[in-house]
Structure formats: structure tokens, C-alpha cells
Design a protein around this ligand. Structure first.
Ligand code: PLP
Length: 452
């Protein structure tokens, strides 16, 4: 580490820096709750399985607005989101585990398909649910998931498996066990930042219906996006508006709607990236039957939805005020979008200036000309591996993400190793450190390149 730097510059951690937490708004929300007995009485005791009712209603209204389902919409037939479609969760990770507990069976559910490169912290939830060695990677290109590859895998599985496998778990009226799981991050994927195109989304929903699969979509990065050229941003009021309909919106409307009461898609949402990860509050959206079934997970049914008191605080931040926006929306529009746009622009420019000349390849611009999520996904020059660059950069004072962790764990059907990829995050460190971090990394790559 350089003599002047004592704390390494962290371009690895994937969450907002403390300067981006909406503390004043949270303070106001907690004061309101704690000085209103009718709210805190409810918040401090066990709550409903589906979660704090006012929060379910406010999330439904807020999502309707963001995905414009209450106005003219690109999804024909889409309508307002009803509160019955929402179940409050302890965040996307906790909820992934609950979904697998309720809707999969270690015997009957044949495969877990994961779009690669993947959000690596999800792997253990699949292993915990009994799918060790049964994960299959599905590659993505500029338009997202390779649906042909996925269909081939599903067809092969049909041919090799017996049609009358009995589930290990008993039948329950509140749930359905799916034959396959498809896990993806359709918008601003972690780590690749890619956006799955509308045609791929539709094709994916068709496939899920045909092969009895549940698509679990982590829609955690949808809310913050900005043009690739930040100077063309409609500042000072960027729009609070989606880019594409979610998979769950498509399942709601495609060919007349879901093929059964549970549907084939769910949206896994979270306040981690837009309020703060320590809140551990999120939401799941699916058909009303799916949302109810999810709320019947054993750990939820005993005591009610997680993070109940915190749910009351978040709910205050979602209460519409005079201009029909709420504290969370205003925070996204006035703070998060402008800050991330600036940080992204600084990071992308620094990468171009210091890393591209060394042979590092940065992502191609997507056809939507928007960026979001928290990451830049970069390919190293052919002579270097991500593992050696990550270790050497750490010694030089900068922490970066190793692409190799985004491959499925060994023993599963992976489609790549990503041992030549690194992930840089622009959410955690403040602006000056972003450029400094890239300069340090350039020095590391230059040094290793000479040694190679
Ligand atoms: C794709 C994806 N899903 C889920 C999470 C975690 O969400 P939560 O904090 O709500 O558990 C992250 C955080 O990095 C993520 O990138």
C-alpha cells in the first residue's frame, strides 16, 4: 500500500456511501411513528404475515407510479398494482430464501437456472434449499439472457427426467411447487450492468410458462438510472420512470395474463439500494395467490413479516405529500440520480483515460443509452488474471471485485469462469477517491503487465 494511503480505496463494496443515506427523512419518519401511538403500538408487536398493511398499499401505489401502470403504458392491458400483490420482506436476500422454502422442493424441482455472470451472494440460498450441484448457468449477451440456450437445457432435462417424480414436501393449499427456477437480475444486472431487452423478457416468460418454471427477478436496481452521457441529463429533475416493464408486469398481461393463479414470475424488490441496506426491508410482488403463499413461509407465519417496526418507518417515507411524491421518490430524484450520474461519469472517464490504453476493455454502450446499477464490468488484458490483479491492487491500496466469484460454484454447470473480469463499484466511495482508485489500479496493471 502507498505510504500516504492508510485505508484502501474500496471500489468493491456494492452499496451506497453513508453520504447518500436519507437521514433527515428517516429522522422525520421515526419521529412521526414514535409519537403516534396507533402506529408504534402496531409496529412494536407481531404483525400480519403479509406485512404492515399501510406499507403494502403505499408500495403498490408507488410502484404503479414508477412503472406507470396507472397511466398509458408500454405494457398493453397493464393496470394499477393492487396491495394484495405485495408481500413485505426482509430484503431481497432474505426473501430469496423464503421463496425457495415455499415454492421449491429438493426432489420435484429439477433445476435452478442462473443467468451468468451472476450475483454471487445468491448461490448459498440455493445451496441451503437443497440445490447443491444442480445450478445451471445461462449465458447473456448484449440483450440479456440467451433464451435459446435455456430452452435447449429445458428440453434436454424433459427428455432425461421421469414425468412422475413425487415431491418430498407435502401438498399445501397456499403454495405451488415449481419444476424449475430461473434466477436473474433483468435491469442493470450485478455484475454486468446489462439490461434484458423487451423481446427477451417476453420470450423468457413464454418459456417459464411452457416448462413450469418460476422466474425470480431481483429488481433491486430499477429505480436509479441516468443517460450514458450524464451531461444530457434532464437535470435538475430527472424522471422517476421505469425503462422497461418488469417480468412480473409482462406475466400479468401477456396473452391474457398468468396461466394459473400463482403465475410464473415474481419481482424481488428492496429498499437496500435506495434507502440503506441496514433497513432490511423489501417487498415481493406476484399474483395475489403467490404473495399470500410467500407470506406462509414458516418463519413469517410465526410472528408475521420481518422488519415490522422498520416497515412503519419506511412507510412514512412513502406517504404521498402535496405534490403526490414521497420522501423516497424525492431522495431518488434529487440526490441519488444526480450523484450516481456524476460518479459514473467520473469513473467511466477515468477508466477510459487510465485503463483502456493498458488493454482493459469496458462495456459497450447498451441500446437504451442509459446506465444504472452500481457497477462497471471490465475485461483485463489477456496476460492477466483477475485473481492476481485483485491481490496486487489490494497491496497497492485499492480493493476491486474479482469477476471469478460471479461464476457458479464448482460442481455446477457453469458457462464461464470470468477469471479475466473485474467489477468496479461507483456507489460506495466518494468522488475524489473514484479517480484515485482507478489511477492506483492502472499502476498495478502496468506493473503486472511488465512482469508477465
Ligand atoms: C442482484 C442483487 N440482489 C440482491 C441484493 C441484496 O439485496 P438485499 O439487501 O435487499 O438483501 C443485491 C445486493 O448487492 C444484489 O446486487
Amino acid at each position: 500500500m502507498s505510504a500516504t494511503t492508510t485505508t484502501p480505496i474500496d471500489l468493491s463494496s456494492g452499496f451506497p456511501s453513508p453520504s447518500l443515506f436519507p437521514l433527515q427523512q428517516l429522522n422525520h419518519a421515526t419521529n412521526t411513528v414514535l409519537s403516534t401511538p396507533s402506529i408504534w403500538h402496531e409496529g412494536m408487536i407481531y404483525g400480519p404475515d403479509e406485512g404492515h398493511s399501510p406499507l403494502r398499499r403505499n408500495i403498490a401505489r408507488w410502484l404503479s407510479r414508477f412503472y406507470h401502470l396507472d397511466e398509458t403504458t408500454s405494457t398493453p392491458g397493464a393496470s394499477k398494482i393492487e396491495a394484495e400483490r405485495i408481500c413485505i420482506t426482509g430484503g431481497a436476500s432474505q426473501n430469496l430464501a423464503c421463496i425457495l422454502q415455499v415454492f421449491t422442493d429438493p426432489v420435484y424441482t429439477r433445476n435452478v437456472f442462473i443467468i451468468e455472470p451472476a450475483y454471487f451472494l445468491a448461490f448459498r440460498a440455493f445451496e441451503d434449499a437443497g440445490f447443491v450441484g444442480r445450478l445451471t448457468g445461462v449465458p447473456e449477451d448484449e440483450e440479456g439472457v440467451d433464451v435459446e440456450f435455456l430452452e435447449e437445457s429445458l428440453k434436454k432435462d424433459e427428455l432425461s427426467s421421469s414425468p412422475d417424480i413425487k415431491p418430498f414436501k407435502p401438498e399445501r393449499p397456499y403454495r405451488k411447487l415449481y419444476r424449475h427456477i430461473i434466477y436473474c437480475v433483468p435491469t442493470f444486472s450485478n455484475p454486468s450492468g446489462r439490461i434484458m431487452s423487451l423481446s427477451r423478457r417476453e420470450a423468457l416468460v413464454h418459456l417459464a410458462r411452457k416448462y413450469d418454471a418460476l422466474i425470480i427477478a431481483d429488481d433491486v436496481y430499477d429505480f436509479v438510472h441516468f443517460p450514458t452521457d450524464a451531461s444530457s441529463m434532464d437535470s435538475p429533475s430527472p424522471q422517476f420512470k421505469h425503462i422497461l416493464p418488469r417480468l412480473v408486469d409482462i406475466d400479468k398481461t401477456l396473452d391474457g395474463g398468468p396461466i394459473d393463479s400463482f403465475g410464473n414470475c415474481m419481482s424481488n424488490g428492496s429498499f437496500s439500494k435506495i434507502v440503506g441496506p441496514g433497513c432490511r426491508v423489501g417487498w415481493a410482488e406476484g399474483t395475489p395467490a403467490f404473495a399470500y403463499g410467500l407470506s406462509q413461509a414458516g418463519s413469517t407465519h410465526s410472528g408475521g413479516a420481518p422488519s415490522h417496526m422498520m416497515s412503519t418507518f419506511i412507510n412514512e417515507m412513502l406517504e404521498p405529500s402535496g405534490d403526490d411524491t414521497c420522501a423516497v421518490t424525492r431522495h431518488i430524484v434529487t440526490k441519488l440520480i444526480p450523484t450516481y450520474a456524476r460518479r459514473y461519469s467520473l469513473l467511466a472517464t477515468a477508466v477510459q483515460e487510465y485503463l483502456t490504453p493498458l488493454g482493459v476493455i469496458s462495456p459497450i454502450e447498451n441500446k437504451y443509452h442509459v446506465v444504472g446499477g452500481f457497477f462497471l464490468w471490465l475485461r483485463l488484458p489477456p496476460s492477466l488474471t483477475s485473481t492476481e490483479v485483485v491481490a496486487a491492487a489490494r497491496e497497492d491500496g485499492v480493493v476491486i471485485g474479482n469477476g471469478a466469484v460471479s461464476a457458479l460454484p464448482e460442481g455446477n454447470l457453469r458457462c464461464g469462469t470470468y477469471g479475466d473480469m473485474i467489477r468496479l463499484c461507483f456507489a460506495w466511495v466518494d468522488e475524489e477517491q473514484l479517480v484515485e482508485g482507478v489511477k492506483v489500479l492502472a499502476g498495478t496493471i502496468r506493473r503486472l503487465g511488465k512482469e508477465a
